[in-house]
Design a protein. Sequence first.
Length: 195
Amino acid sequence: MMVVFGGRTQDQSSLNDSWGLRRHRDGRWDWVKAPYKATGEQPTPRYQHSTLFLGPLMMVIGGRTNNVGEIVPLEVYDTESSEWYKFNSLQRFRHACWSVDANVYVHGGFEHETPNIPINIIARIDTYKLFHKHDHLTMKIKPIEKGEGKGSKDGKGGGKDSIKKNNATNIYNIGNDKEFRLANQAHIAMSYTAG
């Protein structure tokens, strides 16, 4: 399933809804709106943000709203409980983000104070520290327990930067010490080993 959050309408109003494009077993595709709990927090409408998943948690980072310079929180949607959580965040838009283990990295984009000057800075968000008051969220992003041997099955392993697939589904090792997981339908098309 592909998930889309926020964006803008034709009249440039920012949105706060989530939609998933799902494929059925018979080959049909359809859009389904994500359920939000009516009594809980509602996400901030935004555009020019980035979104990524850590396990069942969808993180929405940065972006802009209809109000110029408005402080935009980092928001987390728990797909298992349909609840939203708000946290303090970087104030960036048109940026890129990715995760390694429990760290989320945010690169480039623009800051609200200087919206016409692109930046070339990478910021790291430690989600264990971010979620320190929400143990139930921390439990959902716990790292995968490390297996007995890393690297290839023959024990030779790989070089420092080689990427090897672990026996578990969609789990990969980088070199001898980093491990990451791809989403269910994501695959590495090519990996490069220096050396």
